[in-house]
Design a protein around this ligand. Structure first.
Ligand code: AMP
Ligand code: MN
Ligand code: MN
Length: 314
């Protein structure tokens, strides 16, 4: 906390970024940190860089000022949130490399450290929870609390995943006390789906196949299927969670195409399989029960590589 405060105090220009395909925790943590710094030090320049975010997060303070294209600027301090490897924040990696000081704040077990300072707490449910450790709660405003709460809600699946601890709930309670509209945040950013998102979920469920006596479920959506539905990559968020709750399933795998020609692999485990170790074998990472990586080849070829690794652990 001391270094976190000192580094912010010393810097005049501060950049903040998170991972590609930003999720609720990534967006929430970047905007919470920007909000905190800009309220405490209005004279400092604080810029958030992220890929375009989904509409449901646009109500968060500062969402409208997110930069999607790197400025030609050398920052005194750059925060990298909710990720730690350059390929995960690739659009902005040169900005991070050029910064005088890099500070990483994360909660992934696969984080092996990055930058000049790194706080990665694998016991924390979300990067927003790690921020609650670093920012004095009495200095958290309503706008900052909305961002932090959104991040915690998303990474815990609304306080349902096994990463939810007593500490998570205590912080969530503190944030509620700031006056946030918690049920609106949960409904409108987590549960509400657009018609297209529901169609994508339906198609993915129809495409799904069971392996290993129903303990593994695999599904995917091809580019043609996404185009047919008029869906974009962020429309598939949440599909993997529905696959995981299929009765009898231990491990769920969901595949969809990335812009670079690769395939995004999302994996979830109900406990028996450490999906982070499998994702790491293929250059990705994440948490024991929720991890991902990028692979190349057809869906069938990718499944052929993943299934033996999952079976081995089962
Ligand atoms: P996802 O399946 O994209 O929701 O990701 C599950 C978890 O794994 C998240 O915490 C991600 O940050 C992490 N993750 C996903 N893809 C990658 C990757 N290619 N490299 C490292 N971590 C990843
Ligand atoms: Mn994330
Ligand atoms: Mn996270």
């Amino acid at each position: 906390m001391k270094e976190f405060m000192e580094q912010i105090e010393c810097a005049q220009t501060i950049g903040i970024t998170g991972h590609i395909h930003p999720d609720g925790d990534c967006i929430g943590s970047c905007l919470a940190l920007r909000q905190y710094i800009s309220e405490k030090y209005p004279e400092k320049q604080t810029d958030v860089y992220l890929e375009p975010i989904s509409d449901e997060f646009l109500f968060l303070s500062g969402a409208g000022q997110i930069l999607t294209i790197p400025k030609n600027e050398k920052y005194d301090l750059f925060f990298v949130l909710d990720c730690s490897s350059e390929d995960r924040f690739e659009p902005f990696s040169s900005l991070v490399r050029n910064a005088d000081t890099v500070f990483c704040i994360d909660h992934h077990i696969s984080n092996q450290g990055m930058g000049n300072y790194c706080t990665a707490d694998p016991k924390a449910s979300a990067t927003c929870e790690v921020l609650c450790d670093l920012i004095p709660l009495e200095e958290v405003s309503l706008k900052c609390a909305e961002c932090l709460y959104t991040g915690i809600v998303h990474d815990t699946g609304v306080f349902k995943h096994s990463n939810t601890t007593k500490k998570t709930m205590i912080y969530a309670g503190e944030l509620l006390e700031k006056g946030i509209h918690h049920s609106k945040i949960i409904d409108e950013t987590f549960f509400q789906k657009t018609y297209v998102q529901n169609l994508a979920l339906g198609r993915a469920l129809l495409n799904s196949r069971l392996f290993c006596d129903g303990t593994i479920i695999c599904s995917g959506l091809s580019q043609e299927e996404l185009d047919q539905l008029g869906a974009v990559p962020s429309d598939v968020n949440g599909i993997i969670d529905q696959l995981r709750v299929t009765k009898g399933v231990e491990t769920a795998v969901f595949l969809y195409p990335l812009k670079n020609g690769g395939v995004k692999v999302s994996m979830r485990s109900n406990g028996k399989v450490n999906v982070s170790s499998i994702a790491q074998e293929f250059g990705g990472g994440g948490h024991i029960l929720a991890a991902g990586c990028t692979m190349f080849g057809s869906f069938e070829q990718i499944e052929k590589q993943l299934l033996p690794k999952i079976k081995e652990q089962l």
